[in-house]
Design a protein around this ligand. Structure first.
Ligand code: SF4
Ligand code: MG
Length: 335
């Protein structure tokens, strides 16, 4: 099978005054056509940097892709010229970022912004461009689009602005949309509406989506599969069903416990994961989660765990799944 997007052994470093940060340390995953994949983890885990690499947006310097390959629709992103990357970003890959205000030009009418890329690539008449802008606003659920296209970003609420950004991302009917924390800046009700909209558009347009998030609630809401990142590596991946029903990595267990859940009347207490991620200037040679893991064994600090395959493409990178490791139940029982 040829996936729409394939990321293989991606490594990205950033030069800083303090030394070189190994932000992404060998990340591999794929996205199928019409599939939504969530890349999830805490801030600093390398998820946004991974997204930037897919879009060809690693600022060099200080960043640089030191190894790996990204293939999009049969083309190598990692070997592409700046000019070709720019063309792909405008048409085949749409982008949605956390803060809609930074993605919008405050001095330009939203209708003009929505069709800017479309006009550039399609050479359409003014009238057709206007029609297209109205159609796009309607598609993303903005009421009264005929009037709204002539307004400026500040005349829209936060949620409506993010809808405009989604309209811009979709105006050229991309195959892939990369959304980095698209709902984080919005309040809870609006978040849910934007996720619904993205889900709806994904199905209607057979879009592939990569959504970057720190929030497992978002993953459950919108994604088919998830890639859990920690300290620059993928620690677990699988379908959302499998990961929620049977998570395999202690870090994922921790994320689950810190997910607010409403069970009947009682709201479960949030249990944050104690401690902080390792220093990526000088990452540990063993499992990066060892310092925070209640199940850590001697080998965990000495050697990077290998990948264990479960059913359905579910994978985890943890020594607990090595046949020589003590049984997880015994460890839990022993406290
Ligand atoms: Fe914990 Fe060891 Fe698994 Fe890392 S490899 S998550 S330290 S048990
Ligand atoms: Mg980020």
């Amino acid at each position: 099978t040829e996936y729409l997007l394939q990321v293989e052994n991606l490594r990205v470093h950033f030069k800083t005054y303090g030394g070189e940060v190994q932000a992404v340390r060998g990340v591999t995953f794929h996205v199928g056509r019409g599939e939504t994949v969530a890349v999830v983890g805490e801030s600093g885990c390398g998820k946004s940097v991974t997204a930037q690499a897919i879009m060809g947006l690693i600022p060099n310097p200080p960043g640089r892709i030191v190894d790996g390959k990204i293939t999009f629709d049969g083309k190598s992103i990692t070997d592409m010229s700046k000019k070709d990357l720019l063309a792909i970003r405008g048409s085949e890959i749409g982008m949605v970022f956390q803060d809609p205000m930074t993605a919008l030009n405050p001095t330009m009418k939203v209708g003009t912004q929505i069709v800017e890329g479309f006009v550039r690539t399609h050479n359409v008449s003014k009238e057709d461009a206007r029609k297209k802008a109205i159609e796009m606003l309607r598609l993303v659920g903005i009421p009264d689009p005929e009037k709204r296209i002539d307004q400026y970003p500040h005349e829209f609420s936060g949620g409506m602005r993010q809808r405009v950004v989604i309209a811009i991302a979709l105006a050229n009917t991309p195959k892939l949309v990369i959304a980095d924390e698209p709902t984080t800046a919005l309040d809870v009700t609006i978040q849910a509406q934007i996720l619904d909209l993205m889900k709806d558009l994904q199905e209607k347009q057979q879009l592939s989506i990569v959504i970057i998030t720190h929030d497992l609630g978002v993953v459950a809401e919108i994604a088919h599969r998830a890639v859990v990142m920690y300290a620059g590596i993928v620690v677990e991946t699988g379908t959302v069903e499998d990961i929620f029903a049977s998570p395999k990595h202690p870090y994922t267990w921790g994320l689950m416990r810190s997910l607010p859940r409403i069970d009947g009347e009682e709201k479960e207490r949030l249990v944050p994961i104690v401690g902080s991620p390792p220093d990526l200037f000088d990452p540990p040679k063993g499992c990066p989660f060892a310092a925070r893991c209640q199940f850590a064994m001697e080998i965990c600090e000495q050697q990077m765990p290998t990948v264990t395959d479960f059913e359905n493409g579910h994978q985890a990178v943890c020594w607990l799944h090595d046949s020589r490791a003590p049984k997880i139940e015994e460890l839990v029982a022993a406290g």
